[in-house]
Design a protein around this ligand. Sequence first.
Ligand SMILES: Nc1ncnc2c1ncn2[C@@H]1O[C@H](COP(=O)(O)OP(=O)(O)OP(=O)(O)O)[C@@H](O)[C@H]1O
Ligand SMILES: [Mg+2]
Length: 504
Amino acid sequence: MEELLKMRGISKSFARNRVLQGVDFDVRAGEVHALLGENGAGKSTLVKILGGIYRPDEGEIYVCGERAGFTNVLEAQRAGVSILHQELMLMPHLSIAENIFMGRELGGALGVLDKRAQEKRAQELLADFGLDFKSSTRLEALTIAQQQMVEIIRAISFNAKVIAMDEPTSSLSEHEAERLFELIRSLKEKGVGIIFISHRLGDIFELSDRITVLRDGVAVGTLETKETNEDELIRLMVGRDITQYYAVAAGRKVSDEVVMEVEHLSDGHMAKDVSFTLHRGEILGVSGLVGAGRSEAAQCIFGLRRRRAGTVAIHGKAVEFRSPGEAIKGGVGYVCEDRKKEGLFLKQDVRFNTSINVLGRFLRSLRYKRAGEEELAARYVEKLQTKVTGTNQCVGFLSGGNQQKVLISRWLASTDDILLLDEPTRGVDVKTKQDIYALMGELTASGMSIVFISSELAELINVCDRIMVMSDGKTTGVLNRGEFDQETIMQLATLEFRRKAEGE
Ligand SMILES: Nc1ncnc2c1ncn2[C@@H]1O[C@H](COP(=O)(O)OP(=O)(O)OP(=O)(O)O)[C@@H](O)[C@H]1O
Ligand SMILES: [Mg+2]
């Protein structure tokens, strides 16, 4: 088969941090080649080198047999390489059409920008994808998942020979992901070569032809997908077997004491009627389809969103937090799902990002403050095995999954009472997931209570004491351990839609 892309001996360091070491990587025409590895293994860096964003220190790139030395993004695009980056790179205040054609505006006969042609072409692309937005809509009016779809459209609209997708599904629903997979299959048929990066092993098995595993910047193996299995991949990725993936601390005991009681909570929009109790030491899962109002309910409790109806009581006392600051004082923490927009200070270091919520604790003297922050940040880097060069590393330079760990650390440091976790394992590697589950176990064993929102049924079923299911903004059931399985949960998650369909 023809090698569309050959990368040979690619090495890259940032200051003294060696991130890639002599990596060889090929993509054939019509192939999906998955790139797999732990957080910080160097996947995004390799793809950014391919896209002309970083220059490699050593190594060569060949596209269709021709040596390419991309010094910028446009050069890479012209050579037929298109990249869908892990973090959205779109402009929120521009229209969908402008975003799709950014940097290569369609010109009219006189070379002036033909805005109409551009919007028309964009409209066709949107229709191909089953999105019914006007292409003149400003991007900021779209949800994160929809913006991700625009980014995908942009990446494929170049008629590229090689498309690299860096975690394209991390903010998509099952349905949207399925649509993306169909699209990838049709690109394959056209002979496009695809690099696919994901932490969802299921997706990798479904889509890819070959898999290359990176470990600490070294390509440790390239395998035919048909001839390998999850265990082998994990061993290659982590360097050892992972046993007891869902070990949630033995000897935990949930007490009868109610720490939080939520009744008929509504934000007047997505969350319509949410009721549950949370016990001391409990992990309460929250399941539901995308758009079920799970995040909105959490944000309502946490004071990020206005409550329109219902009550929240903490330790028996009615509360209404009007800001996150008040919620933190009230002992509640919230790890949000969109780390970039609502979470991290990307220009600040790991120490700052970890300790920001609890600065008050360290204010006695400046020297004490620094030492306190330092100790705190170092403790959580150790606890979550966050890959950093030091606690003074700027968070914007961490890999995606390691940014997530810093965000989780901040909230762990700021409460010992109630923690709301919104998709905390999204974009993190298998080993880190295991660490996060274990940590949730430890925390609850020591008396904390956790509300755990997740779209991954397997982790909810294996980790939670009880699971609340939501459908169309409403609590449709709360299941005890032993009562929940995939089918029961899905039934409850689609209950409102079935009710409506029957009513019609
Ligand atoms: N611009 C940069 N400056 C300094 N260090 C960087 C920069 N970009 C990446 N790194 C470092 O390179 C290493 C590899 O990061 P990379 O983003 O390639 O990992 P990844 O495999 O994509 O991980 P993830 O699964 O978390 O996305 C990390 O240790 C990261 O901190
Ligand atoms: Mg990455």
